[in-house]
Design a protein around this ligand. Structure first.
Ligand SMILES: Nc1ncnc2c1ncn2[C@@H]1O[C@H](COP(=O)(O)OP(=O)(O)OP(=O)(O)O)[C@@H](O)[C@H]1O
Ligand SMILES: [Mg+2]
Length: 483
């Protein structure tokens, strides 16, 4: 009799949904992030979250993971055969896998091997602080096989390519045997090859009965699962299929920038990062009047090239990097002059911006080449900030501090900062990631005028469709950091 009841109770929870939200409101720093949210996450389903920047997708994922608590309404978990209102079990097994998960490891000063990252994940931790148990090692073997990470186990997380890092944070999330995977902008910024591998891994995970919830602005690049779609907009969840609302983008074409001579000259350049050759050997010249499209698989050295040009990384002995455009402007080749003449947007730029700087500080720091700390701007600079903010619909972000912004909101500010001072070189390293369609279009629409005034563009992209029309040259880098 007792056995029967237990078995029934078990069967009961198995037919129940995983998580139920009823009329939930979430508040943080005095702002309402979500309101009136009613949503049922079914066991083993594939749920896609669509919606504009700042709509509340990430907040919803964090609410499901138990990282945010309801201020009103009800959240009910049916995890691991138990029904719970509190998030204790959810906190142990569910985590949001998104750009911030990688940032944590990239901003540490010390080495973390892939194996350490995964073993820490077994306990729901970020750092491994204990000796692994036999159970942890057994789970490690399963997850490594599932995510195809055998060859990377001893590598330092910080030197992995983008695609490899994503696979590791995904594997880390799988370590505590979660019943749901919560993925935020997960496939954004990945090359086709890396997306393909990740897609294969995710299909396997889904087939094993784990629910997959994915927030993305790029539905066409999501792995092919039978998605149910909900739209998250203005902090509310709208139960509709959002795939029909995507408007086609307006084509933009860049004019040739004026000028003559070489801008950048690289000769016999190799760049090492943490002991691994990340780029080169490369001979390459960027001349005035050229807009470059740079492509290549994850790990081929595209971001390294961007940071080499801007002087954040150096070439190994025997290679030279010259910046004749600075001499032409009558400037010496110093970090400060580079920063004042180059606009660079890439994944690594945003990581350092999560501070209490306001949107206005971030924009105004463009002229000084600092990253958010700005001396009081001149009246002309203050006016330029207002003007650009109006063009890009950024006004309501100016007083906000960066640590309360959504991914897309922060990226929009950084993009604005990169063009505010009309740079000579503008390098967009997957720069339009995290933006919804409307904001992508608004930003692209600024570029023709900048190019006509002398800004030379480099677009680093996996999809040629991310580059505006009018790119004059194409550099394709071969893969270096292979699995
Ligand atoms: N810690 C916080 N404190 C205050 N406000 C916040 C905080 N985190 C997010 N917000 C705000 O809540 C709203 C929803 O943010 P959220 O990150 O959930 O949006 P999102 O849909 O994921 O956007 P994106 O597509 O840009 O990633 C935004 O207006 C954001 O600025
Ligand atoms: Mg988000």
């Amino acid at each position: 009799m007792t056995v029967d009841t237990a078995a029934n109770a078990q069967a009961g929870t198995h037919t129940r949904p995983l998580i139920e939200l009823r009329g939930v409101r979430v508040v943080a720093s005095g702002r309402t992030l979500l309101d009136g949210v009613t949503l049922t996450l079914k066991r083993g389903e594939a749920l896609r979250l669509a919606g504009p920047n700042g709509g509340g997708k990430t907040s919803l994922l964090r609410l499901l993971a138990g990282e945010l608590a309801p201020a009103a309404g009800e959240r009910m978990y049916h995890l691991n055969g138990q029904t719970q209102r509190h998030a204790v079990h959810a906190r142990r097994t569910l985590s949001v896998v998104g750009p911030d998960a990688e940032a944590f490891y990239l901003t540490r000063e010390w080495e973390q091997t892939v194996q350490d990252v995964l073993l820490a994940g077994f306990e729901g931790d970020t750092l491994r602080l204990w000796e692994p148990t036999p159970e942890a090692l057994a789970r490690l073997a399963e997850v490594v096989a599932l995510t195809e990470l055998e060859a990377l186990l001893e590598r330092d997380f910080r030197i992995l390519s983008h695609g490899q890092r994503r696979r590791v944070v995904l594997a880390r999330a799988l370590m505590p045997r979660p019943e749901a995977l919560l993925l935020d902008e997960f496939t954004d910024g990945l090359s086709e090859g890396a997306r393909y591998t990740l897609g294969r891994v995710l299909e396997r995970v889904y087939a094993s009965g784990v629910a997959v919830i994915l927030a993305t602005h790029r539905p066409e690049e999501a792995p092919k699962l039978p998605w149910r779609t909900v739209r998250v907009d203005g902090g509310r969840v709208l139960h509709e299929d959002a795939s029909a609302v995507l408007a086609p983008e307006t084509p933009i074409c860049l004019p040739l920038p004026p000028g003559s001579g070489d801008l950048i000259r690289l000769r016999n350049v190799t760049v090492y990062r943490n002991g691994h050759a990340a780029l080169g050997p490369l001979d390459w010249t960027w001349q005035a009047g050229q807009h470059w499209l740079v492509t290549g698989e994850n790990g081929s050295g595209k971001s390294t090239l961007a940071r080499l040009i801007s002087g954040e990384l150096n070439a190994a002995l025997g290679g030279t990097v010259e910046r004749p455009y600075l001499q032409a402007l009558g400037k010496r080749d110093l970090l400060s002059t580079r920063r004042r003449t180059i606009g660079l947007i890439g994944a690594e730029v945003g990581i350092r911006q999560r501070r209490d700087w306001t949107g206005a500080d971030i924009l105004a720091s463009a002229w000084d080449g600092t990253e958010g700390f700005a001396p009081t701007p001149t009246p002309a600079q203050a006016e330029a900030v207002q003007h650009l903010a109006a063009c890009l619909h950024l006004q309501d972000l100016l007083p906000r501090t960066a640590d309360t912004l959504s991914q897309g909101q922060l990226r929009r500010l950084l993009l604005a900062r990169a063009v505010l001072h009309a740079p000579k070189l503008l390098i967009l390293d997957e720069g339009l990631d995290f933006l919804d369609t409307a904001h992508r279009e608004r930003f692209l629409a600024l570029l023709p005028e900048l190019a006509a005034a002398g800004t030379h563009l480099m677009v680093i992209a996996h999809r040629e469709s991310d580059a505006p029309g009018g790119m004059t040259h194409h550099l394709h880098l071969e893969e270096r950091l292979r699995v």
